[in-house]
Write a protein that binds this ligand. Structure first.
Ligand code: ADP
Ligand code: DAR
Length: 344
C-alpha cells in the first residue's frame, strides 16, 4: 500500500491526521477480522471532499488504528484518549419544555441513536451471511415490541420503488447510493439484509443494516422534544432486553463512523428560520455556541430549502444522551428568540 495521493485542497480529518509517520506505523496492521488501514481510509481517499474520511470495520479498529483514529476523535468530539464516556437515558433529567408550543417554527422533531451488535464486525467488514443473521436477530427482537412501539419490519429486498421513494421523501427511510458509504464498503450486497421497521403512526422506526446495524428512531410533528426522547429511551430499554450492543467505557456505543461514537445520538428539529437564513453569521454564532450542526432537510449532504433547516447536536461522545438533547433544545430556544427579533 502506498501513501495516498491527497489533493492540495483536501480538508478532511483523514488528510490532516494521516501523516507519513502514522502511515508507516499502520500500513501493515490488521485486526482479527482482517480490517486494514486501506479499508478504513478508502472512503476518504476516494472522496477527498469528505469531512472526516474514515469508517471503522470493527470495534478493534479503534485500538489497532488508534494513532490515526484517536486524533480524529479528539478533534471532532473534543474527547481525549484517556477520557471515559458516560450514558444517561433518563428523560426525567431532561429540562426541555416545548420551545414552540404554537407550532410557528418547528415542523418536526427526530432523535436517533446508532447501535451495532456486539457479536459481529461493523458494516464495512461484516460478511453477507453475518449481515443476514443480524437482520434476522434484529427483526425478531422488534417483533416483541408492544404498545405504541408495536409495528412491522419491511425488508428493502422486494419493496416496490414507489413505496421506497415515498418513505424516503417523507423522511422515514435512508437514501440509497451514498458515495461515502459506498467507498467504505457499507453498501455491499445492497439491498439484501437492509430494511425498515415502523409502528403505524411512523413515530417509531428502526433502520436495519444501513451505515450502522441499527438506527433506532423516534420522531413526530411539532416540538415536543421530551416526548420524542421518552419514546426513544423506552424503545432502547426494551431492545436491550433482547440484543447486546457493542459498547465500551472509553468510546461508548461503537459505530462505524467515529463522528457517531458515544451516545451515537443525533437529536434534530426541522425548523423554519428564514430571517436567520438571511444572516448566516448570526445563525452560525448561535449554533456554534450550543454545539449544533446545520443540515439540509433531506438528510446528510442535502441543501436547505425555503428557509427550513435541520438543526441538531454536533457533540455525541463525552457527553450523555440527556446533555446531547439539552444542547439541541437550548440551542433551538436561542434560535427561535433571535428569529423573532429579526422578524420585527
Ligand atoms: P441520520 O442522522 O439518521 O443519518 P439524516 O440526516 O441522514 O439522519 O436524515 C435521515 C432522514 O431523516 C432524512 O430523510 C431526514 O430528512 C430525516 N430527518 C432528520 N431529522 C428530521 C426531523 N427533525 N424531522 C423530520 N425528518 C428528519
Ligand atoms: N461523509 C462522511 C461522513 C461524515 C459523518 N456522517 C456520517 N457518518 N453519516 C465524511 O467523512 O464526510
Amino acid at each position: 500500500m502506498n501513501y495516498p495521493n491527497f489533493p492540495e485542497d483536501c480538508k478532511s480529518l483523514l488528510c490532516k491526521h494521516l501523516t507519513p509517520e502514522v502511515f508507516e506505523q499502520l500500513k501493515d496492521k490488521k485486526t482479527k477480522n482482517g480490517v486494514t488501514l486501506a479499508d478504513i481510509i478508502n472512503s476518504g481517499v476516494v472522496n477527498p471532499d469528505s469531512g472526516v474520511g474514515v469508517y471503522a470495520g470493527d470495534e478493534e479498529s479503534y485500538t489497532v488504528f488508534a494513532p490515526l483514529l484517536d486524533p480524529i476523535i479528539e478533534e471532532y468530539h473534543g474527547f481525549d484518549k484517556s477520557d471515559t464516556h458516560k450514558s444517561d437515558l433518563d428523560p426525567e433529567h431532561l429540562n426541555a419544555p416545548n420551545p414552540d408550543p404554537e407550532g410557528e417554527f418547528i415542523i418536526s422533531t427526530r432523535i436517533r441513536v446508532g447501535r451495532n451488535l456486539k457479536c459481529f464486525p461493523l458494516g464495512p467488514a461484516i460478511a453477507k451471511r453475518e449481515r443476514l443473521i443480524a437482520e434476522c436477530m434484529i427483526s425478531s427482537a422488534l417483533k416483541s415490541l408492544e404498545g405504541e412501539l408495536a409495528g412491522e419490519y419491511y425488508p428493502l429486498l422486494g419493496m416496490s420503488k414507489e413505496v421506497q421513494q415515498k418513505l424516503i421523501e417523507d423522511h422515514f427511510l435512508f437514501k440509497e447510493g451514498d458515495r461515502f458509504l459506498e467507498a467504505a464498503g457499507l453498501n455491499r450486497d445492497w439491498p439484501e439484509g437492509r430494511g425498515i421497521y415502523h409502528n403505524n403512526d411512523k413515530t417509531f422506526l428502526v433502520w436495519v443494516n444501513e451505515e450502522d446495524q441499527l438506527r433506532i428512531i423516534s420522531m413526530q410533528q411539532g416540538g415536543d422534544i421530551k416526548e420524542v426522547f421518552t419514546r426513544l429511551t423506552n424503545a432502547i430499554k426494551s431492545m436491550e432486553q433482547q440484543l447486546t450492543f457493542a459498547f465500551n467505557t472509553h468510546l461508548g456505543y461503537i459505530t462505524s463512523c467515529p463522528t457517531n461514537l458515544g451516545t451515537a445520538m443525533r437529536a434534530s428539529v426541522h425548523i423554519k428560520l428564514p430571517n436567520l437564513g438571511a444572516d448566516m453569521d448570526t445563525f452560525k454564532a448561535i449554533t456554534d455556541k450550543y454545539h449544533l450542526q446545520i443540515r439540509g432537510i433531506h438528510g446528510e449532504h442535502s441543501e436547505s430549502e425555503g428557509g427550513i433547516y435541520d438543526i441538531s447536536n454536533r457533540r455525541r461522545l463525552g457527553i450523555t444522551e440527556v446533555e446531547a438533547v439539552q444542547d439541541m433544545h437550548d440551542g433551538v430556544v436561542a434560535l427561535i428568540e433571535k428569529e423573532k427579533e429579526l422578524r420585527k
